[in-house]
Design a protein around this ligand. Structure first.
Ligand code: TYM
Length: 316
């Protein structure tokens, strides 16, 4: 029986945090053991918020190091860069022609931007269409993501159906894969951990940074269990262990935070060290990504051939 395929992408938008790791990145490392996989750096997606070439360049290299450090194995997973595969933007255009504006206006990201009276660029509006192309080119059975991306995967599914109904069976319908416990990893203020809320704990934080982040976790003045501290701690230790510990130290917020700092350091230190090792040889690391892109290109080009055939532009 052939292995099931997973695919996911991550924007090179700065340092990853525990939300990215537990919500998505860790799943890729777990899934690669028994599945075929595609993981890619969504650099074209990041363009809507990142318009500085030097920063973009650095961020791409950083994401590459991040993934290798957490144990993504390029022998098991095709790890590539979106902008190396022009088929993504080509297919997005074709999808544009069968996708209506009212349909895209229902997307949360668009509605949020509109509610905040932001000037919305066409790229942001079209974001889910490019994401549909990212996914559908590779025919994955599942798309492991955090809860915030669920709607995007559903949109990809709808676009695949529309294309199949219009031009004949071409795309496999994808399913989001969201781990319930980490669908929304909370930040230091209890809201979803996100760079835009300034409430993150970086995945590769140095000890002093971990300390600073944990000390800034918002606690209500009370006698009980500090729920924001507990929620982050629960990413590292199961409730069966944590509950009795927190009950025995009810109200002792400082002590509980110190315990969390130690546990975070134990978890992060080996990842940090591995990342530093990879960073010593950037040319080799870049070659890994280049090779991955070459492999992805073969798959994407084949699918695009089929799409061109279906829409009737292949005449030679
Ligand atoms: P991005 O780069 O914002 O985030 C990468 C992944 O991390 C998850 N995530 C979280 N999960 C749980 N709790 C949190 N606090 C948290 N913060 C982030 C995200 O859900 C995501 O899975 N549009 C995507 C990138 C993308 C993509 C794709 C993903 C482009 N094309 C095709 C899958 C398939 C994004 O912006 O993710």
């Amino acid at each position: 029986m052939s292995k099931k395929i997973f695919l996911s992408g991550v924007q090179p938008s700065g340092k990853p945090h525990l939300g990215n790791y537990f919500g998505a990145m860790k799943q890729f490392v777990d899934l690669q053991k028994e599945h075929e996989g595609y993981v890619f750096i969504a650099d074209y997606h990041a363009l809507h918020s990142l318009r500085n070439s030097r920063e973009m360049n650095e961020n791409i290299k950083n994401v590459l190091l991040d993934y290798l450090a957490i144990g993504l194995d390029p022998k098991k997973v095709i790890f590539f860069k979106q902008s190396d595969i022009s088929e993504h933007t080509e297919l997005a255009w074709i999808f544009d022609t069968i996708t209506t504006m009212p349909f895209l206006m229902r997307a949360h990201a668009f509605k949020d931007a509109q509610a905040k009276n932001k000037e919305i660029d066409v790229g942001t509006f079209n974001y889910p269409v490019l994401m549909a192309a990212d996914i559908l080119l590779y025919g994955p059975d599942m798309v492991p993501v955090g809860a915030d991306q669920k709607q995007h995967v559903e949109i990809a599914r709808d676009i695949a159906e529309k294309f199949n109904n219009t031009y004949g069976e071409t795309f496999k319908l994808p399913n989001p894969m969201i781990l319930k416990d980490v669908a929304v990893v909370p930040g230091t203020d209890g809201k979803k951990m996100s760079k835009s809320y300034n409430n993150t704990i970086p995945l590769f934080a140095e000890y002093e940074e971990i300390k600073k982040c944990v000390m800034s976790i918002v606690t209500d003045s009370g006698e009980g269990i500090p729920k924001n501290v507990y929620a982050i701690h629960n990413l590292l230790r199961p409730a069966s262990e944590l509950l009795s510990l927190y009950e025995s130290k009810a109200g002792k917020y400082k002590e509980l935070k110190e315990l969390l700092i130690e546990d975070l350091e134990k978890f992060i230190a080996p990842l940090r060290e591995k990342r530093k090792e990879f960073a010593k040889d950037i040319p080799t690391v870049l070659l890994i990504l280049k090779k991955g892109s070459e492999q992805a290109k073969i798959v994407a080009a084949k699918k695009m051939e089929e799409v061109r055939e279906k829409i009737g532009v292949n005449i030679y």
